[in-house]
Design a protein around this ligand. Structure first.
Ligand code: CA2
Length: 152
């Protein structure tokens, strides 16, 4: 079974605690639950993690190169700042789907640029927690395409 790393960056552990108007009411634990259910239906295995530390995120992306078939990444604020995350993603050479809960293009200008997008097969933003489930569907199709299976 294919393994997908779902990696979450800084402050996403605060979801559900503050700013529900921007990020919704789901906690990160709720989002993990939704992903586990969706992944089971898609016959994918997931490894769902969160860190507040840039170096940890880089280490996990490097680990994914060895241990995962795809990465779903909400890099939080590192999206807009981190060349180190971009370099790690480029080196990982895996399908990457970038996810954001909020629509970063309706927010401050400094959120409009994403380093992560340069290494991403696709970007989902503005759909809240559902974006993670859609990212899993996208990964399932990308991986099926790779092995020559038909996607639905
Ligand atoms: O919309 C997203 O998913 C973001 O990646 C979230 C990041 C933000 O820096 C990006 O521009 C867009 C911030 C996550 C912080 O989450 C909080 C949740 C509750 C309370 C405070 C912060």
């Amino acid at each position: 079974m294919a393994t997908v790393f779902i990696l979450n960056g800084p402050n996403l552990n605060l979801l559900g605690v503050r700013d529900p108007a921007v990020y919704g009411r789901d906690t990160l634990g709720d989002i993990e639950e939704r992903c586990l259910r969706r992944a089971a239906a898609l016959k994918l295995e997931i490894d769902f993690r969160q860190t507040n530390h840039e170096g940890q995120l880089v280490d996990w992306i490097q680990e994914a190169r060895e241990s995962a078939d795809a990465i779903i990444l909400n890099a939080g604020a590192f999206t807009h700042t981190s060349l180190a995350v971009l370099d790690a993603l480029s080196a990982a050479d895996l399908p990457v789907i970038e996810v954001h809960l909020s629509n970063i293009f309706r927010r401050e200008r400094f959120r409009h640029h994403s380093y992560v997008s340069l290494a991403a097969a696709g970007v989902i933003c503005g759909l809240g927690a559902q974006g993670y489930e859609l990212a899993l569907e996208a990964v399932a199709r990308l991986l099926a395409g790779r092995t020559g299976e038909t996607s639905q």
